[in-house]
Design a protein around this ligand. Sequence first.
Ligand code: IPE
Ligand code: IPE
Ligand code: MG
Length: 238
Amino acid sequence: MGTIPHHIAIVMDGNGRWATRRFLPRVAGHKKGVDALRACVRHCGERGVKVLTVFAFSSENWNRPPEEVSGLMELLAVALAREVPALKAEGVRIQFVGDRSALSEKVRAGLAQAETATAANTRLQFNICFNYGGRWDIAQAAAKLAARGEPITEKALDGEMALAHVPDPDLLIRTGGEKRISNFLLWQAAYSELFFSDKLWPEFDAAALDEAIADFGQRERRFGKTSQQVGSPAKKAA
Ligand code: IPE
Ligand code: IPE
Ligand code: MG
């Protein structure tokens, strides 16, 4: 399978289109998206991925029709209540990343409960970005340093970022055909390998994930260096 990415980040896009194509309400697509996510978490664990970070609700998604926003909030609460026991048993540690202040008491309690229940797990770190935006993240990190009167350096900012508990993503996948970041991990994706899939998120199965991982295995990551500097011994000899 080649090199397995330590950290995979995913923009799970295309739920709405999946539903609309079937003449279903958009929320039905989000429900199907939860099924795809469950399978994805499981498969990441099986493949030895150590960190999975998914984009579930962006800072800008509040601008959607109110019934879709409330449907997503409800779905989050329901999915957590249903899925957390199994995830706990499978060694998955859940953490939420984003601005919780705008979320309802009920949703916040659900998030805290899921985090506490899985806090001792170490097999797979599962970050759920909810009410998250890359710009929000950079701004909140800078605000923390400023409030303490500390110099705003790259290292200091990095330490205050909402994903400071994990290394940067190695592979960033976006499903649904769009080739954009949509305010996801602006800071952390500086050197991530990008993979765009035309599959809608509810259709993104284990085989599709394996395809992305295999593609990652073929990439040469240079981090600004030359090919010769980073190349494998075989490549260096060539
Ligand atoms: C992604 O699917 C999930 C969320 C943004 C919550 P979309 O709902 O954006 O699906 P499309 O892009 O409209 O098909
Ligand atoms: C990005 O998808 C956000 C999530 C997947 C949660 P969007 O569907 O909101 O992105 P745009 O609007 O197409 O850029
Ligand atoms: Mg979308």
